[in-house]
Ligand binder design. Sequence first.
Ligand SMILES: Nc1ncnc2c1ncn2[C@@H]1O[C@H](COP(=O)(O)OP(=O)(O)OP(=O)(O)O)[C@@H](O)[C@H]1O
Ligand SMILES: [Mg+2]
Length: 239
Amino acid sequence: MSAATGPLLEARGLRSGYRGSMVVDGIDLDVGEGGLVAILGRNGVGKTTLISTIMGLVRPYSGSVRLAGRELAGARPDAIARAGVGLVPQGRRVFAPLSVEENLRIAVRRGRAGRWTVERVYELLPQLAERRSHRGDQLSGGEQQMLAIGRALLGNPRLLLLDEPSDGLAPAAVRGVEQVITGLRAEGLAVLLVEQNLRVAFALADEIVVMQKGRIVHRSGTTEFRRSPDIARRFLGVA
Ligand SMILES: Nc1ncnc2c1ncn2[C@@H]1O[C@H](COP(=O)(O)OP(=O)(O)OP(=O)(O)O)[C@@H](O)[C@H]1O
Ligand SMILES: [Mg+2]
């Protein structure tokens, strides 16, 4: 398949871990242009390590990660960001002592140029505009998540990696995150979402991928997955 017609993200035979341990153990994964794939899996199966490997924060032992046909495996995180991959990390990781505005300005300096500007982020996320002079650690969990998303958007990604964005949030804040992701998709952004909240994954994803011990043990369309509760029970331990 040529770069023009292939998926936006194409990972093949990806293996990685820490000091020789094999945490991601041969992952093949595609995300189409404008698509949303959700990765499910219990704690410790390697979801964050997979995301970190795609972002270049963990170096792959072997395998390939292509974005629009361009090989990224082994590149540094800043080069991968400039190629068009944005990360909203697990735990949000906003700079606590810096204001909302400063958090966003730093992201502008690090990202690649494009249509996302601080003003556009404030339009998308008006709750951040209201809090622009508040410190990162004065924000609610939901506001911190919005700030983390805003920071990632300022890198003008083609593919957004979101690692458990609903984790620890109140139901209203989870709905806010869902609405933002839905809006971004409507603009054509492709998303790879790690999520332990099945309801959120079902609401957002076209395709569901289940990881266990560093491997993909199940993949299906979201509708098909929802019709097979035995799969969720077997791999995720939920009814
Ligand atoms: N920086 C690190 N150094 C060494 N081992 C690590 C590191 N980060 C993760 N691991 C190990 O790799 C394995 C997978 O961890 P990872 O964080 O990728 O899982 P996860 O699926 O994201 O889990 P969770 O759902 O709890 O976020 C675990 O055994 C973990 O202890
Ligand atoms: Mg994780």
